[in-house]
Write a protein that binds this ligand. Structure first.
Ligand code: PMP
Length: 447
Protein backbone atom coordinates (compact mmCIF):
# COMPACT_ATOMS: atom_id res chain seq x y z
CA UNK A 1 0.00 0.00 0.00
CA UNK A 2 1.24 3.48 -0.82
CA UNK A 3 2.39 5.63 2.03
CA UNK A 4 -0.64 7.29 3.68
CA UNK A 5 1.14 10.64 3.96
CA UNK A 6 1.77 10.72 0.20
CA UNK A 7 -1.84 9.80 -0.57
CA UNK A 8 -3.02 12.44 1.90
CA UNK A 9 -1.00 15.13 0.10
CA UNK A 10 -2.21 14.08 -3.31
CA UNK A 11 -5.92 13.64 -2.65
CA UNK A 12 -7.12 15.06 0.66
CA UNK A 13 -7.86 18.78 0.97
CA UNK A 14 -8.00 19.26 4.71
CA UNK A 15 -10.59 21.47 6.42
CA UNK A 16 -9.31 24.63 8.13
CA UNK A 17 -5.71 23.99 7.15
CA UNK A 18 -2.79 25.47 5.25
CA UNK A 19 -2.70 23.66 1.92
CA UNK A 20 0.92 24.74 1.35
CA UNK A 21 1.99 23.49 4.76
CA UNK A 22 0.34 20.14 4.07
CA UNK A 23 2.16 19.88 0.73
CA UNK A 24 5.46 20.78 2.40
CA UNK A 25 5.24 18.79 5.64
CA UNK A 26 2.51 16.21 5.05
CA UNK A 27 0.06 15.10 7.71
CA UNK A 28 1.86 15.23 11.03
CA UNK A 29 -0.42 12.81 12.84
CA UNK A 30 -2.61 10.10 11.38
CA UNK A 31 -5.00 8.91 14.06
CA UNK A 32 -5.99 5.30 14.22
CA UNK A 33 -8.11 4.69 17.29
CA UNK A 34 -9.68 6.26 20.33
CA UNK A 35 -10.69 5.17 23.79
CA UNK A 36 -12.06 7.36 26.56
CA UNK A 37 -10.05 10.59 26.64
CA UNK A 38 -7.21 9.06 24.59
CA UNK A 39 -6.33 8.91 20.91
CA UNK A 40 -3.66 6.68 19.37
CA UNK A 41 -1.91 7.42 16.09
CA UNK A 42 -0.53 5.04 13.45
CA UNK A 43 2.90 5.13 15.14
CA UNK A 44 1.41 3.98 18.43
CA UNK A 45 1.71 7.39 20.13
CA UNK A 46 -1.02 7.96 22.70
CA UNK A 47 -2.46 11.44 23.29
CA UNK A 48 -4.89 12.99 25.73
CA UNK A 49 -7.59 14.47 23.51
CA UNK A 50 -7.85 17.64 25.60
CA UNK A 51 -10.15 19.29 23.03
CA UNK A 52 -12.59 16.36 22.67
CA UNK A 53 -11.24 16.53 19.08
CA UNK A 54 -13.31 19.49 17.82
CA UNK A 55 -15.12 20.26 21.11
CA UNK A 56 -17.48 17.44 20.24
CA UNK A 57 -16.54 14.01 21.60
CA UNK A 58 -18.29 14.74 24.90
CA UNK A 59 -18.68 11.17 26.17
CA UNK A 60 -15.23 10.14 24.99
CA UNK A 61 -14.02 7.77 22.30
CA UNK A 62 -14.76 4.12 21.67
CA UNK A 63 -18.12 3.62 23.38
CA UNK A 64 -19.40 0.21 22.34
CA UNK A 65 -23.02 1.11 23.17
CA UNK A 66 -23.08 3.78 20.47
CA UNK A 67 -21.58 1.39 17.93
CA UNK A 68 -24.21 -1.20 18.80
CA UNK A 69 -27.16 1.18 18.57
CA UNK A 70 -25.89 2.49 15.23
CA UNK A 71 -25.35 -1.06 13.91
CA UNK A 72 -28.88 -2.08 14.89
CA UNK A 73 -30.39 0.98 13.25
CA UNK A 74 -28.24 0.56 10.13
CA UNK A 75 -29.56 -2.97 9.74
CA UNK A 76 -33.19 -2.04 10.44
CA UNK A 77 -33.55 1.27 8.58
CA UNK A 78 -30.26 3.02 7.82
CA UNK A 79 -31.94 5.90 6.06
CA UNK A 80 -35.27 7.10 4.83
CA UNK A 81 -36.63 10.53 4.07
CA UNK A 82 -38.24 12.96 6.50
CA UNK A 83 -39.30 15.33 3.71
CA UNK A 84 -42.92 16.36 3.46
CA UNK A 85 -45.14 13.97 5.43
CA UNK A 86 -42.68 11.08 5.70
CA UNK A 87 -41.25 10.39 9.13
CA UNK A 88 -39.55 7.72 11.22
CA UNK A 89 -39.33 6.74 14.85
CA UNK A 90 -35.71 7.70 15.69
CA UNK A 91 -36.16 11.33 14.55
CA UNK A 92 -39.53 11.64 16.29
CA UNK A 93 -38.14 10.23 19.55
CA UNK A 94 -35.02 12.41 19.36
CA UNK A 95 -37.07 15.56 18.72
CA UNK A 96 -39.18 14.69 21.77
CA UNK A 97 -36.07 14.04 23.88
CA UNK A 98 -34.39 17.29 22.86
CA UNK A 99 -37.60 19.19 23.63
CA UNK A 100 -37.67 17.59 27.08
CA UNK A 101 -34.10 18.67 27.97
CA UNK A 102 -34.26 22.13 26.33
CA UNK A 103 -35.20 25.25 28.30
CA UNK A 104 -38.93 25.53 29.05
CA UNK A 105 -40.96 26.67 26.05
CA UNK A 106 -38.58 25.36 23.36
CA UNK A 107 -40.28 22.26 22.03
CA UNK A 108 -39.92 21.89 18.27
CA UNK A 109 -36.78 20.78 16.45
CA UNK A 110 -35.50 21.15 12.87
CA UNK A 111 -32.62 18.75 12.17
CA UNK A 112 -29.43 19.34 10.17
CA UNK A 113 -26.10 17.55 9.76
CA UNK A 114 -23.90 19.97 11.71
CA UNK A 115 -23.31 23.35 13.27
CA UNK A 116 -22.97 25.53 10.19
CA UNK A 117 -26.15 24.14 8.68
CA UNK A 118 -27.90 24.75 12.00
CA UNK A 119 -26.94 28.42 12.14
CA UNK A 120 -27.79 28.96 8.47
CA UNK A 121 -31.14 27.29 9.15
CA UNK A 122 -31.80 29.43 12.23
CA UNK A 123 -31.01 32.58 10.26
CA UNK A 124 -33.37 31.60 7.43
CA UNK A 125 -36.04 30.55 9.92
CA UNK A 126 -36.01 33.85 11.84
CA UNK A 127 -36.20 35.80 8.58
CA UNK A 128 -39.07 33.58 7.48
CA UNK A 129 -40.77 34.12 10.85
CA UNK A 130 -40.73 37.90 10.32
CA UNK A 131 -41.60 37.71 6.61
CA UNK A 132 -44.77 35.69 7.12
CA UNK A 133 -45.88 38.33 9.61
CA UNK A 134 -45.44 41.07 6.98
CA UNK A 135 -42.15 42.32 8.49
CA UNK A 136 -39.79 41.36 5.67
CA UNK A 137 -37.46 44.26 6.54
CA UNK A 138 -36.45 42.48 9.70
CA UNK A 139 -33.51 40.64 8.08
CA UNK A 140 -30.40 41.84 9.84
CA UNK A 141 -28.58 39.58 12.25
CA UNK A 142 -26.41 41.03 14.99
CA UNK A 143 -23.65 38.83 16.35
CA UNK A 144 -20.58 39.44 18.51
CA UNK A 145 -16.98 40.08 17.61
CA UNK A 146 -14.84 36.97 18.20
CA UNK A 147 -17.97 34.79 17.86
CA UNK A 148 -17.67 31.66 15.71
CA UNK A 149 -20.72 30.20 14.00
CA UNK A 150 -19.48 28.08 11.11
CA UNK A 151 -18.41 28.23 7.48
CA UNK A 152 -21.58 27.91 5.38
CA UNK A 153 -22.71 31.08 3.59
CA UNK A 154 -24.68 32.77 6.36
CA UNK A 155 -22.74 31.22 9.24
CA UNK A 156 -19.44 32.57 7.84
CA UNK A 157 -20.98 36.02 7.55
CA UNK A 158 -22.34 35.93 11.08
CA UNK A 159 -18.97 34.75 12.48
CA UNK A 160 -17.18 37.65 14.16
CA UNK A 161 -13.59 36.61 13.39
CA UNK A 162 -12.43 38.55 10.29
CA UNK A 163 -9.89 35.85 9.34
CA UNK A 164 -12.83 33.74 8.14
CA UNK A 165 -14.21 36.40 5.81
CA UNK A 166 -11.43 36.70 3.23
CA UNK A 167 -11.50 33.35 1.48
CA UNK A 168 -14.06 33.99 -1.22
CA UNK A 169 -13.84 37.75 -1.38
CA UNK A 170 -17.40 38.73 -0.60
CA UNK A 171 -19.56 38.32 2.45
CA UNK A 172 -23.34 38.25 2.60
CA UNK A 173 -25.03 41.49 3.59
CA UNK A 174 -27.33 42.11 6.56
CA UNK A 175 -24.90 40.88 9.22
CA UNK A 176 -23.27 43.14 11.78
CA UNK A 177 -21.11 42.65 14.87
CA UNK A 178 -21.13 44.29 18.29
CA UNK A 179 -18.41 44.21 20.96
CA UNK A 180 -17.86 40.97 22.86
CA UNK A 181 -18.17 41.18 26.67
CA UNK A 182 -14.65 39.65 26.79
CA UNK A 183 -12.73 41.42 29.52
CA UNK A 184 -15.68 41.51 31.87
CA UNK A 185 -17.59 44.67 31.17
CA UNK A 186 -21.33 44.07 30.67
CA UNK A 187 -22.22 47.74 30.58
CA UNK A 188 -19.82 48.50 27.73
CA UNK A 189 -20.81 45.42 25.73
CA UNK A 190 -24.53 46.13 26.11
CA UNK A 191 -23.98 49.77 25.14
CA UNK A 192 -22.27 48.52 21.98
CA UNK A 193 -25.20 46.22 21.16
CA UNK A 194 -27.66 49.05 21.77
CA UNK A 195 -25.68 51.33 19.52
CA UNK A 196 -25.64 48.76 16.72
CA UNK A 197 -29.40 48.24 17.10
CA UNK A 198 -30.03 51.99 16.94
CA UNK A 199 -27.71 52.48 13.97
CA UNK A 200 -29.22 49.63 11.95
CA UNK A 201 -32.78 50.46 13.05
CA UNK A 202 -34.62 47.97 15.28
CA UNK A 203 -37.30 47.58 12.60
CA UNK A 204 -34.62 46.03 10.34
CA UNK A 205 -33.27 43.52 12.83
CA UNK A 206 -34.35 39.89 12.87
CA UNK A 207 -32.24 38.49 15.69
CA UNK A 208 -29.18 38.60 17.90
CA UNK A 209 -27.11 35.42 17.64
CA UNK A 210 -24.47 34.56 20.24
CA UNK A 211 -22.64 31.68 21.92
CA UNK A 212 -23.20 31.38 25.70
CA UNK A 213 -19.41 31.08 25.94
CA UNK A 214 -17.41 32.07 22.87
CA UNK A 215 -15.46 28.93 22.00
CA UNK A 216 -13.25 29.32 18.94
CA UNK A 217 -12.80 32.99 19.90
CA UNK A 218 -10.78 31.74 22.90
CA UNK A 219 -13.21 30.34 25.53
CA UNK A 220 -14.44 33.78 26.49
CA UNK A 221 -16.80 33.46 29.44
CA UNK A 222 -19.13 36.45 29.72
CA UNK A 223 -19.86 38.23 33.01
CA UNK A 224 -22.76 36.52 34.83
CA UNK A 225 -25.25 39.32 34.10
CA UNK A 226 -24.41 39.82 30.41
CA UNK A 227 -26.97 37.53 28.79
CA UNK A 228 -29.74 38.68 31.14
CA UNK A 229 -29.11 42.17 29.77
CA UNK A 230 -29.02 40.85 26.19
CA UNK A 231 -32.39 39.18 26.76
CA UNK A 232 -33.83 42.45 28.14
CA UNK A 233 -32.52 44.35 25.15
CA UNK A 234 -34.09 41.84 22.77
CA UNK A 235 -37.43 42.12 24.56
CA UNK A 236 -37.25 45.91 24.57
CA UNK A 237 -36.71 46.07 20.79
CA UNK A 238 -38.79 42.97 19.93
CA UNK A 239 -35.73 41.21 18.52
CA UNK A 240 -35.39 37.43 18.63
CA UNK A 241 -32.50 35.89 20.54
CA UNK A 242 -30.71 32.84 19.13
CA UNK A 243 -28.26 30.94 21.33
CA UNK A 244 -25.54 29.02 19.49
CA UNK A 245 -25.18 26.02 21.81
CA UNK A 246 -23.07 24.06 19.35
CA UNK A 247 -20.09 23.80 21.70
CA UNK A 248 -21.87 24.53 24.97
CA UNK A 249 -24.68 21.98 24.64
CA UNK A 250 -24.90 18.50 26.13
CA UNK A 251 -23.02 18.98 29.37
CA UNK A 252 -19.95 20.85 28.20
CA UNK A 253 -20.35 23.78 30.63
CA UNK A 254 -21.64 21.78 33.61
CA UNK A 255 -25.27 22.26 32.56
CA UNK A 256 -27.20 20.54 29.80
CA UNK A 257 -27.11 23.81 27.81
CA UNK A 258 -24.83 26.78 28.32
CA UNK A 259 -27.54 29.44 28.67
CA UNK A 260 -28.74 27.67 31.83
CA UNK A 261 -25.63 29.08 33.53
CA UNK A 262 -27.09 32.54 33.08
CA UNK A 263 -30.76 31.63 33.65
CA UNK A 264 -31.68 32.96 30.22
CA UNK A 265 -34.10 31.40 27.75
CA UNK A 266 -33.47 32.08 24.06
CA UNK A 267 -36.13 32.06 21.34
CA UNK A 268 -34.09 29.62 19.30
CA UNK A 269 -31.17 27.41 20.05
CA UNK A 270 -28.76 25.75 17.62
CA UNK A 271 -26.97 22.55 18.53
CA UNK A 272 -24.63 19.93 16.97
CA UNK A 273 -21.33 18.37 18.14
CA UNK A 274 -22.13 16.91 21.62
CA UNK A 275 -25.61 15.71 20.57
CA UNK A 276 -23.91 12.62 19.09
CA UNK A 277 -20.49 13.17 20.70
CA UNK A 278 -19.29 13.35 17.10
CA UNK A 279 -19.85 9.65 16.37
CA UNK A 280 -22.16 10.55 13.46
CA UNK A 281 -22.80 14.11 12.16
CA UNK A 282 -26.03 15.66 13.43
CA UNK A 283 -27.23 19.13 14.38
CA UNK A 284 -30.39 21.14 14.62
CA UNK A 285 -32.40 24.15 15.69
CA UNK A 286 -34.87 24.16 18.58
CA UNK A 287 -37.58 26.84 18.36
CA UNK A 288 -39.86 28.39 20.96
CA UNK A 289 -43.55 27.56 21.14
CA UNK A 290 -44.31 31.11 20.06
CA UNK A 291 -42.22 30.79 16.89
CA UNK A 292 -43.63 27.34 16.23
CA UNK A 293 -47.17 28.70 16.60
CA UNK A 294 -46.50 31.52 14.15
CA UNK A 295 -45.06 28.99 11.68
CA UNK A 296 -48.06 26.70 12.14
CA UNK A 297 -50.47 29.54 11.57
CA UNK A 298 -48.78 31.59 8.87
CA UNK A 299 -46.16 29.55 6.97
CA UNK A 300 -48.19 28.76 3.87
CA UNK A 301 -47.27 26.05 1.36
CA UNK A 302 -43.96 24.22 1.33
CA UNK A 303 -41.14 25.44 3.54
CA UNK A 304 -38.38 25.20 0.94
CA UNK A 305 -35.68 24.36 3.44
CA UNK A 306 -34.55 20.82 4.20
CA UNK A 307 -31.38 18.78 3.99
CA UNK A 308 -31.25 15.21 2.71
CA UNK A 309 -30.02 14.27 6.15
CA UNK A 310 -32.46 16.35 8.23
CA UNK A 311 -33.39 13.81 10.89
CA UNK A 312 -31.10 10.98 9.70
CA UNK A 313 -32.49 7.87 11.44
CA UNK A 314 -29.13 6.29 12.32
CA UNK A 315 -27.71 9.58 13.62
CA UNK A 316 -30.92 10.14 15.60
CA UNK A 317 -30.87 6.66 17.18
CA UNK A 318 -27.24 7.16 18.16
CA UNK A 319 -27.95 10.63 19.58
CA UNK A 320 -30.66 9.18 21.83
CA UNK A 321 -28.17 6.69 23.26
CA UNK A 322 -25.55 9.40 23.67
CA UNK A 323 -27.95 11.61 25.66
CA UNK A 324 -29.00 8.60 27.74
CA UNK A 325 -25.34 7.99 28.64
CA UNK A 326 -24.83 11.67 29.57
CA UNK A 327 -27.82 11.45 31.89
CA UNK A 328 -27.31 8.01 33.37
CA UNK A 329 -23.60 8.44 34.08
CA UNK A 330 -24.12 11.89 35.65
CA UNK A 331 -21.70 13.38 33.18
CA UNK A 332 -23.04 16.91 33.59
CA UNK A 333 -22.17 16.79 37.26
CA UNK A 334 -18.78 15.33 36.35
CA UNK A 335 -18.22 18.16 33.90
CA UNK A 336 -18.92 20.67 36.67
CA UNK A 337 -16.74 18.94 39.27
CA UNK A 338 -13.82 18.16 36.98
CA UNK A 339 -14.04 21.71 35.59
CA UNK A 340 -13.50 23.05 39.11
CA UNK A 341 -10.58 20.69 39.61
CA UNK A 342 -9.06 21.77 36.30
CA UNK A 343 -9.40 25.41 37.35
CA UNK A 344 -7.56 24.68 40.62
CA UNK A 345 -4.77 23.17 38.55
CA UNK A 346 -4.66 26.18 36.23
CA UNK A 347 -4.51 28.51 39.24
CA UNK A 348 -1.55 26.64 40.71
CA UNK A 349 0.26 26.92 37.38
CA UNK A 350 -0.49 30.64 37.33
CA UNK A 351 0.96 31.04 40.83
CA UNK A 352 4.18 29.34 39.75
CA UNK A 353 4.82 30.59 36.24
CA UNK A 354 5.33 34.22 35.27
CA UNK A 355 3.81 34.15 31.77
CA UNK A 356 0.35 32.89 32.75
CA UNK A 357 -2.39 35.52 32.69
CA UNK A 358 -6.11 34.87 33.06
CA UNK A 359 -7.19 31.26 33.64
CA UNK A 360 -10.82 30.16 33.55
CA UNK A 361 -13.18 27.22 33.26
CA UNK A 362 -16.92 26.74 33.10
CA UNK A 363 -17.61 23.05 33.34
CA UNK A 364 -15.07 21.38 31.09
CA UNK A 365 -14.56 24.35 28.84
CA UNK A 366 -11.44 26.21 29.84
CA UNK A 367 -8.62 28.50 28.81
CA UNK A 368 -5.18 29.57 29.90
CA UNK A 369 -3.89 32.89 28.59
CA UNK A 370 -0.21 33.56 28.10
CA UNK A 371 0.88 37.15 28.53
CA UNK A 372 4.04 39.16 28.83
CA UNK A 373 2.81 40.84 31.98
CA UNK A 374 -0.11 39.32 33.94
CA UNK A 375 -0.51 42.49 36.02
CA UNK A 376 -1.17 44.71 33.01
CA UNK A 377 -2.33 41.93 30.65
CA UNK A 378 0.33 43.04 28.15
CA UNK A 379 0.42 40.58 25.25
CA UNK A 380 3.43 38.95 23.66
CA UNK A 381 4.48 40.07 20.20
CA UNK A 382 2.62 37.79 17.75
CA UNK A 383 5.85 36.70 16.02
CA UNK A 384 7.03 35.07 19.25
CA UNK A 385 4.33 32.45 18.61
CA UNK A 386 3.92 31.77 22.30
CA UNK A 387 0.63 29.86 22.17
CA UNK A 388 1.66 27.69 19.19
CA UNK A 389 4.91 26.88 21.02
CA UNK A 390 2.99 25.75 24.09
CA UNK A 391 0.73 23.63 21.86
CA UNK A 392 3.85 22.06 20.35
CA UNK A 393 5.30 21.39 23.82
CA UNK A 394 2.00 19.82 24.89
CA UNK A 395 1.99 17.69 21.75
CA UNK A 396 5.48 16.39 22.57
CA UNK A 397 4.13 15.41 25.98
CA UNK A 398 1.12 13.64 24.49
CA UNK A 399 -1.62 16.27 24.84
CA UNK A 400 -3.68 17.69 21.99
CA UNK A 401 -4.97 21.21 22.58
CA UNK A 402 -5.83 24.23 20.50
CA UNK A 403 -4.25 27.71 20.38
CA UNK A 404 -6.24 30.87 19.72
CA UNK A 405 -4.18 33.78 18.45
CA UNK A 406 -6.85 35.97 16.81
CA UNK A 407 -6.43 39.66 17.63
CA UNK A 408 -2.98 39.26 19.20
CA UNK A 409 -4.02 36.82 21.93
CA UNK A 410 -2.14 33.72 23.12
CA UNK A 411 -4.88 31.47 24.48
CA UNK A 412 -4.69 27.72 25.08
CA UNK A 413 -8.18 26.16 24.96
CA UNK A 414 -9.32 23.06 26.79
CA UNK A 415 -12.45 20.98 26.32
CA UNK A 416 -11.62 17.41 27.37
CA UNK A 417 -14.25 14.68 27.17
CA UNK A 418 -16.69 15.10 30.05
CA UNK A 419 -15.90 11.57 31.21
CA UNK A 420 -12.44 12.70 32.37
CA UNK A 421 -11.59 11.69 35.96
CA UNK A 422 -9.58 13.20 38.80
CA UNK A 423 -6.35 11.41 38.02
CA UNK A 424 -6.54 12.28 34.35
CA UNK A 425 -7.13 15.96 35.19
CA UNK A 426 -4.01 15.89 37.37
CA UNK A 427 -1.95 14.39 34.55
CA UNK A 428 -3.26 17.00 32.13
CA UNK A 429 -2.36 19.80 34.55
CA UNK A 430 1.14 18.38 35.12
CA UNK A 431 1.78 18.18 31.41
CA UNK A 432 0.51 21.73 30.94
CA UNK A 433 2.82 22.97 33.69
CA UNK A 434 5.84 21.28 32.10
CA UNK A 435 4.91 22.62 28.67
CA UNK A 436 4.45 26.25 29.75
CA UNK A 437 7.63 26.05 31.82
CA UNK A 438 9.61 24.80 28.83
CA UNK A 439 8.32 27.66 26.65
CA UNK A 440 8.98 30.18 29.42
CA UNK A 441 12.58 28.94 29.47
CA UNK A 442 12.85 29.21 25.67
CA UNK A 443 11.63 32.79 25.50
CA UNK A 444 13.02 33.88 28.87
CA UNK A 445 10.90 35.38 31.66
CA UNK A 446 9.95 38.85 30.44
CA UNK A 447 11.16 41.67 32.66
N1 PMP B 1 -20.99 27.25 16.14
C1 PMP B 1 -20.03 27.05 17.05
C2 PMP B 1 -20.12 27.75 18.38
C3 PMP B 1 -18.97 26.20 16.77
O1 PMP B 1 -17.98 26.05 17.65
C4 PMP B 1 -18.94 25.53 15.52
C5 PMP B 1 -17.83 24.55 15.17
N2 PMP B 1 -16.64 24.68 15.83
C6 PMP B 1 -19.95 25.78 14.61
C7 PMP B 1 -20.96 26.63 14.96
C8 PMP B 1 -19.95 25.14 13.24
O2 PMP B 1 -20.21 23.79 13.34
P1 PMP B 1 -19.79 22.78 12.16
O3 PMP B 1 -18.30 22.81 12.09
O4 PMP B 1 -20.35 21.47 12.64
O5 PMP B 1 -20.44 23.24 10.91
Amino acid sequence: MENLTELDKRHFIHPTSSIQQQQRDGAKVIMEKGEGIYLTDTNGNVYIDAMSSLWNVNIGHGREELAEVAAQQLKKLAFSSAFSTFSHEPAIKLAEKIASISPAGLNAVFFTSGGSESNDSAIKLVRHYWKIQGKQDRRKIIALKRGYHGVAAASTSVTGIPEFWGMAGHMMTDFTHAETPYGGNTEKAIASLRQVIEEEGPENIAAILAEPVQGAGGVLIPPADYFKEVRKLCDEYEILFIADEIITGFGRTGKMFGMENWGVTPDMMTFAKGVTSGYIPLGGVVVSDHIHNVLKEKSKGTLFHGFTYSGHPTAAALALKNIEIIEQENLIENSREMGEKLLEGFQKIKENLEIVGDVRTIGLLGAVELVQNPATNKRFAPDLNVAPRVIEALHERGVICRPVTFGGTDIICFAPPIVIDNKQVNTLVEKLYDSVLSVQKQIGVPS
